[in-house]
Design a protein around this ligand. Sequence first.
Ligand SMILES: Cc1cc2nc3c(=O)[nH]c(=O)nc-3n(C[C@H](O)[C@H](O)[C@H](O)COP(=O)(O)O)c2cc1C
Length: 183
Amino acid sequence: MTLRIGYIVGSIASGSINRKLAEAITKLPVEDVEFFEIPINELPLYSYDFDADYPAAGKELKAGIEGADGILFVTPEYNRSIPGVLKNAIDWASRPWGTNSFNQKVVAVVGTSPGAIGTAAGQQHLKSILAFLNTIQLGQPEGYIQFTPELLNESGEFANDGTKQFVSSIIEAFVALIHKVND
Ligand SMILES: Cc1cc2nc3c(=O)[nH]c(=O)nc-3n(C[C@H](O)[C@H](O)[C@H](O)COP(=O)(O)O)c2cc1C
C-alpha cells in the first residue's frame, strides 16, 4: 500500500533552504511513498474568533493533515525555537477545541540551517508542542542537517551519497513507524 506523507515546510521565505531540503526528500528513491505538501502560507494569524467559521485555508490545512498517513515537518530554527508561521499553522490545526487534527498522527521532524547544530534547538521546541498535541513521534534517527552549498546538486537532489543514505534512513524509519501504528 502506498503511504501518503504530507510535509509541512516551516518557512514561507521565497528562497527557503528548508523547502529545498523538503523537495530533495521527495526525490529520494523510497518505495511505496507519495509525498504531498500541506501549505501554510495562506493562513491568517489564528485567533479563536475564527472557531465559529473556519476560513478555507484553515479547513484545507486540517483536511490535509487528517488525510495523511504521516506528517513530516521540515523546519528552520528561528531564535532557538520554531518560526512563528509554523506555530501559527499548528495552532490552526489544533482547533476548534476538540478537533485537534494532530491527535494520534504519526509525525517526524527534520530541518536545516547554515549553523552547525542544524535546527536541533528549534526541533526540541517543536517536538514538545507535538507531544502536547498527542502525536506519535519518530525519535530516531534525528534529522539535524547543516545546509552548505554542497548539500544539493543542480537538480536539487542530495549531492553526497552518505547524506542521501542518512536522510533516506530517517524516511525509512518513519515509514516503518507509520506501518507499525496503522497496520
Ligand atoms: C528571525 C530569524 C532567526 C533565526 N534564528 C536562527 C537560529 O536560532 N538558529 C539558526 O541556526 N539559524 C537561525 N536563523 C538563520 C536561519 O537558519 C536561516 O535564515 C535559514 O535560511 C532559515 O531557513 P529557511 O531558508 O528555510 O527559511 C534565523 C533567521 C531568522 C530570519
